[in-house]
Design a protein around this ligand. Structure first.
Ligand SMILES: [Mg+2]
Length: 280
């Protein structure tokens, strides 16, 4: 019941704060927001927002329908391409918010009054309990049955390898082994280009799946909104063809692009109302 009360407060305060920039009192990582006595105005709009988007991910039929839509399109492309024969096909896929849903961790963090932390993320990965997106398992099993190689290219760290493989295998995903799991190395470089190129040395990439546009092309790793939007316009025909996008309203490169970098939570909270379109 405490969780429910807290969630209600968070959502109500998020809505209030989004409409009145002058009354923002952001508390950032202050855990005092966890107490039942915390003023609704003391809630972080960023974290309250993540609770609401997590509610959409976890409770809406619309989210599941969008996941099915993405994987249905991917399946059509898979069947058409493999029917032609004569290719050494590979599929490149991201993992987080593309195959598995980590919104439980976003909720856990928001309820603590914290945004993403590496320590909590590592612990979550180790639990290996993320559930699969609608349509994902059937698609990858189909690809496997048709002889297509599946490369899981993720920006999880090498420290997360064992937990990640455990999670993928427990969900019944095919080819979940060290050879097919390509994680971010010790340099912690999030650019996936080198890993995609390694796949291209042996295979043709039939399609790429991801929730963050950097899963498709390095141009989208830009922290400039205009650069990212211009690249979307330029590559518009690839979406639903070579690029299959899954919805993720919880996080992504869009956040630092919108905020002008990775700002502390308090600064993001303060800036948010000025970034949004409204009317007089
Ligand atoms: Mg992802």
């Amino acid at each position: 019941m405490i969780r429910r009360t807290y969630l209600t407060m968070a959502l109500a305060s998020s809505l209030a704060l989004a409409t009145t920039s002058s009354c923002i009192i952001a508390v950032g990582n202050d855990r005092s927001v966890m107490t039942p006595k915390a003023s609704p105005e003391a809630m972080s709009p960023t974290l309250g927002g993540k609770l609401y988007t997590s509610a959409w991910i976890q409770r809406s039929a619309e989210y599941k329908a969008l996941c099915h839509q993405a994987y249905n399109i991917a399946t059509e492309r898979l069947l058409a391409a493999t029917a032609r024969g004569g290719h050494r096909w590979a599929i490149v896929t991201d993992i987080d918010e593309t195959i598995v849903d980590n919104s439980a961790n976003s909720v856990h963090q928001a309820l603590k009054g914290e945004d993403f932390t590496q320590a909590s993320w590592d612990k979550w990965c180790d639990q290996a309990s993320a559930i699969a997106l609608a349509g994902a398992i059937d698609f990858f099993r189909k690809a496997d049955s048709l002889g297509v190689q599946i490369f899981y290219i993720s920006n999880r760290d090498e420290a997360n390898r064992a937990g990640t493989l455990r999670n993928l295998r427990s969900l019944g995903l095919p080819q979940a082994d060290d050879q097919h799991l390509m994680l971010r190395d010790a340099s912690r470089n999030s650019d996936k280009t080198a890993r995609r190129n390694a796949v291209l040395q042996q295979y043709e990439i039939l399609m790429l799946l991801g929730d963050n546009l950097g899963d498709f092309d390095h141009v989208f790793d830009s922290k400039q909104e205009q650069t990212r939007e211009a690249a979307v316009a330029k590559l518009a025909r690839e979406f639903g063809r070579r690029f299959i996008v899954l919805p993720n309203p919880n996080y992504g490169t869009w956040e630092p692009a919108m905020n002008g970098g990775y700002l502390p939570l308090k600064k993001r909270d303060k800036k948010l109302p000025q970034l949004l379109r409204s009317h007089p």
